[in-house]
Design a protein around this ligand. Sequence first.
Ligand code: NIG
Ligand code: FE
Length: 385
Amino acid sequence: MTATALTGIGLLVTHDPEVGDLRDAALVIEDERIVWVGPSAQVPDADDGTDMDGRCVIPGFVDSHTHVVFAGDRAAEFEARMTGQPYTAGGIRSTTIATRAATDDELLGHAANLLAEMLAGGTTTTEIKTGYGLSTVDEQRCAQVAARLTDEVTFLGAHVVPAEYADRPDDYVELVAGPMLAAAAPYCRWVDVFCETGAFDVDQARTVLSAGRAAGLGLRVHANQLSPGPGVQLAVELGAASADHCTHLVDADIDALAGSATVATLLPGAEFSTRSPYPDARRLLDAGVTVALATDCNPGSSYTSSMAFCIALAVRETGMSPAEALWAATAGGARALRRDDIGVIRLGARADLVALEAPTPVHLAYRPGVPLVAATWKDGQPLSA
Ligand code: NIG
Ligand code: FE
């Protein structure tokens, strides 16, 4: 085993409630784990070391909601939105045509490029959804591709009803909850449903989520993105790990989330790219809801891979403090994935770390659009920017 010490850390943000933030800190990595955290002056001997020269070190970002397995481009749709066209779930079908036409290697290459972009931007864990195949064979292909890139794969056959099932949506739900789920599940940890007008109603969503649970998958829900609706209540009722978007909430939704283990995952990149009103993080946080932040990286509603950008948006537009936004983008994402080994810097946690070219993480929102990630460690392995 090789021990590597990172010394001279100006500010270490641990997200370990017993330790908090440490100034003039150091940590030691052995293999893929953190084995020591403390004052730089007391760092134990290690095989090699790096002086962080006063930089700030934070846990690697946990992007708990992405759709990076796809082909094609919807820049024209974005351009039209910026001149007044509304966003609708229907655009998913155009990406489905391109995704079905792509080879496995093309899908893998494109998704791997996006993951490399994410890693360079400080994201060390990425959840990846299927959802642009929408046939048994194509959803299985998308799940296989995703599983080559992450352990956090989500089956989203219930993303939208594909064109060939447009006049018999319940047959499509039967397919998703039956053969399509069976084909994809071996590659997945999670099942998700887009519960929204224009996608799946609450009964259809319940059918798919219940089948996913019976197949051994954990639950996630795209909920209350475009309008108020039953998605959040369904997520809480079924014990989903996460209700994602949470843009249009009534008081009863907030109360339900606050009394539950379901994380509210906010995706402000989607509101940015669809020019829509942002979710109210302040209302959620003040009610005691656990909040995560993620990119929603996808070709339609949010084509950003940058967690730093989402932090800046969350601070500027959703009422989060910089510290709350950083927590949501790291420890919050870990909660949304029901993980306790990431999003935190403590003994035994994975050595997934980011060094910022900044004295404090406030700079992530204070200097939006500036590439502040100086170095990333994933599983203890360094990647310099
Ligand atoms: O999370 N809401 C559903 N799915 C994606 C959008 C996908 C698309 O437009 O291609 C989202 O925003
Ligand atoms: Fe999404």
